[in-house]
Design a protein around this ligand. Sequence first.
Ligand SMILES: C=C1C[C@]23C[C@H]1CC[C@H]2[C@]1(C)CCC[C@@](C)(C(=O)O)[C@H]1[C@@H]3C(=O)O
Ligand SMILES: O=C(O)CCC(=O)C(=O)O
Ligand SMILES: [Fe+2]
Length: 369
Amino acid sequence: MDSIVASALNMGGTSSFFDSSLLQKQQCVPMSFIWPEESIAEAHQELQAPVVDLAGFLRGDEQATKRAAKLVREACVAHGFFQVINHGVDSQLILEAYDQMDTFFKLPVHEKLRVRKTSQSMWGYSGAHAGRFSSKLPWKETLSFPYHDNIPEPIVTNYFNSTLGKDFELTGMVFQKYCRAMKELGLKLMELLGISLGVERLHYKNFFEDGCSIMRCNYYPSCQQPSLALGTGPHCDPTSLTILHQDQVGGLHVFSDENWHTIRPRPDALVINIGDTFTALSNGRYKSCLHRAVVNRYKERRSLAFFLCPKKDKVVRPPEDILLREGTRKYPDFTWSDLLEFTQKYYRADEATLQNFTKWLLSSKLQTF
Ligand SMILES: C=C1C[C@]23C[C@H]1CC[C@H]2[C@]1(C)CCC[C@@](C)(C(=O)O)[C@H]1[C@@H]3C(=O)O
Ligand SMILES: O=C(O)CCC(=O)C(=O)O
Ligand SMILES: [Fe+2]
């Protein structure tokens, strides 16, 4: 590794970090950011996926709910992806969340490193995951924090207060509100997913009620060689349901019918992805969405991702209605804690996480199903 790259990645002993302002000054992206050809194959067409209007469902209209559930079922069977509008989340709150995330990412690197993510924790700031991986680095910075509502104290506000102090009190309050809105919508979507799968209406909603979810702000700096690098490599989210807002720049791609497809940004829409854990909960009926985020030469890009997760020790298994109907199990019982541990300690989440996790689980725990 040459010395400029080493300093931009700031390799010193065991620690390393990503200074995008230094990396952007070089003509070429460092080797460690180059992805294999199959991962960066171009996207051609826009994905034809439904934009589901939630207004009728949210006000309890039965016909509208049936229509929404049908669209959701078709989209989840095909690729595990759809968008929602009239979702009930205040558009002003989304803009405020972007403003607050900008305040954080514009800080000098040494300030952001005050909340650096360590290998022992899911939470904090990470630059290109440079301390975690050494190749196929993602051209992004992330800030991740937990959300649940199992205690009366505001967990997100407290996270910001205890890590970044008084200057980030407002950031904490905005994200506390944003996460509450995401969780509320996530639970309503679980109800819709339950209806769409023909299981007891509140089954999934109840399952997720006491879970601890993950909130992540993604910041993708512009990149001098966008055709070689990736913001986020091809992957299925190991989590259950992702509610994502992307800014106006564009860069989210979904894999469907053997091709990568673009997802045109819609400021009024939230993107919904099925994740691996929900695939298991539906006994494989709903696909975990394979997606990636590309970067571009001219403009930085931002997205806000809320990953809905069940409580860590709950057993992930499809509801009896599905098991009785289908007879055979596609995946063994596991807990979210098992899958999370797999992606944080042993396996970098990609397109085959669930398949490899299942093998690992069966061999390491000598489990049968
Ligand atoms: C449980 C998680 C692991 C990741 C963060 C959440 C949900 C999505 C996962 C991730 C984004 C999938 C792509 C690879 C990854 C390493 C990343 O680029 O950030 C994944 C996250 C992670 O392990 O931190
Ligand atoms: O930024 C995006 O559009 C996608 C991000 C993503 O897939 C993730 O954070 O898991
Ligand atoms: Fe993702």
